[in-house]
Design a protein around this ligand. Structure first.
Ligand SMILES: NC(=O)c1ccc[n+]([C@@H]2O[C@H](COP(=O)([O-])OP(=O)(O)OC[C@H]3O[C@@H](n4cnc5c(N)ncnc54)[C@H](OP(=O)(O)O)[C@@H]3O)[C@@H](O)[C@H]2O)c1
Length: 367
């Protein structure tokens, strides 16, 4: 490719600024357009986040970007209720795209996105950025390489007290745009459960409750799942709890168990020397340790998912992967097709909670 790929970013908010910075750093892309509702507000937001994008044109007309020949990739980082229409329009205009989570807010939106992308053949990546966090990458590898044995139980938690400190508070708290705790936030936890365990949920039963003021939807949800292979899964997703941001991953297998940053076992110890030799990640260290009761364990030392701040999230490898896949004409790890499965579990859990916990079977959308 002898020219750089042109990028347009929809939105200039908290998350959009991270995509702008990531595409500015990628050697194969130029940020050429920013699409917003109000140009002056966007300029102020960019300046506040320390970004200088002198080469980019700011427009309030998405159509202008869809028709622009200097745009190859669109990053969609607008409020949730705009995602489906913007993604479908991008695909129809033959633009590759990054789509912020949640992709669609109901089955109809998910089907529209899927069909438009299938028809156009564009490359897509959905912003389940935590898949690129070193700890989650290691957890997935640990399971896939067989160190834990067959997974019997997987549990993830997304606990983040989001209130009016959040720039998107006005829209996220509404049913129209935020829609539900899982769709607006906890989808990261359901995605991590699928991604790390490698098992698809086949049925979900959930309960929800409401504590935090200001939201039009329940602010805590717990979901129990039957996973492929008769394994069990559990997700807790809440904005209500009085503790710092917490993102938990546990994988309990027939050989050993991962409990956040500790690996433990019962009968057959995990050989730390062999594990250190096999570990493919330079940014993950392993150390012999003990748990609080003095029992042997292996501690994982790396950047953990421990902040709600988007500055802490790995947008760079996410956006880099899309660029590589566009250049090499291949599917990304986190396409709209794969992300749809996570979104279906969110919708099924919300439906179950509305029904008082009645199990809902998956998938919701036949292929
Ligand atoms: N992957 C992640 O980890 C992660 C983290 C945070 C957020 N997100 C996602 O990113 C998306 C954007 O969230 P954010 O935190 O960046 O929100 P935000 O700070 O509120 O930014 C939203 C942006 O969209 C623009 N916008 C365009 N049309 C709008 C409309 N009709 N109503 C309100 N704003 C509109 C806003 O511009 P004006 O209001 O100035 O017009 C603003 O630039 C959401 O889908 C969210 O779920 C993902």
């Amino acid at each position: 490719m002898d020219r750089k790929l042109g990028v347009a970013v929809c939105g200039a908010g908290w998350c959009a600024t991270q995509h702008i910075a990531a595409f500015q750093r990628n050697p194969h892309t130029d940020v050429r357009w920013i699409v917003v509702r109000d140009a002056d507000r966007a300029r102020a937001a960019l300046a506040k986040s320390g970004l200088s994008v002198p080469e980019a044109r700011i427009t309030t007309h998405y159509d202008e970007v869809l028709g622009a020949s200097d745009v190859d990739i669109i990053a969609i980082a607008t409020p949730n209720h705009l995602h489906a229409d913007q993604a479908v329009a991008a695909a129809q205009a033959r633009k590759h795209f990054v789509l912020e989570k949640p992709t669609g807010l109901d089955e109809a939106e998910l089907v529209r996105i899927r069909d438009a992308v299938r028809q156009s053949g564009v490359r897509t990546i959905v912003s389940f950025v935590l898949r690129f966090n070193p700890f989650l990458k290691f957890a997935r590898w640990l399971r896939a390489d067989g160190w834990l044995g067959d997974i019997r139980f997987a549990r993830t938690q997304y606990l983040s007290n989001v209130t009016d400190w959040y720039s998107g508070w006005d829209w996220v708290r509404t049913r129209e745009s935020g829609r539900s705790h899982l769709l607006a936030a906890g989808c990261h936890a359901l995605d991590a459960l699928r991604w790390c365990s490698g098992l698809e949920p086949i049925a979900v039963s959930a309960l929800h409750a409401r504590f935090t003021d200001g939201y039009e939807w329940p602010t805590s949800i717990v979901a129990n799942m039957t996973l492929e292979g008769s394994a069990l899964g559990h997700v807790t997703s809440s904005t209500d709890f009085m503790l710092p941001y917490t993102f938990l991953v546990e994988l309990m297998g027939s050989r050993a168990t991962l409990r956040q940053d500790l690996i433990q076992w019962l009968d057959t110890p995990v050989d730390i020397e062999k594990l250190v030799a096999a570990n493919p990640f330079a940014d993950v260290q392993l150390a012999a340790a003990t748990d609080s009761a003095g029992r042997p364990a292996i501690r994982i030392i790396c950047t953990m998912p421990e902040s709600a701040d988007v500055v802490h999230h790995p947008f760079q490898p996410l956006d880099d992967e899309l660029v590589t896949c566009v250049l090499e004409d291949r599917e990304t790890s986190t396409s709209v097709f794969d992300a749809q499965k996570t979104m279906e579990v969110c919708l099924a859990a919300d439906r179950s909670a509305e029904l008082g916990g009645k199990p809902v079977a998956l998938p919701l959308i036949p292929d």
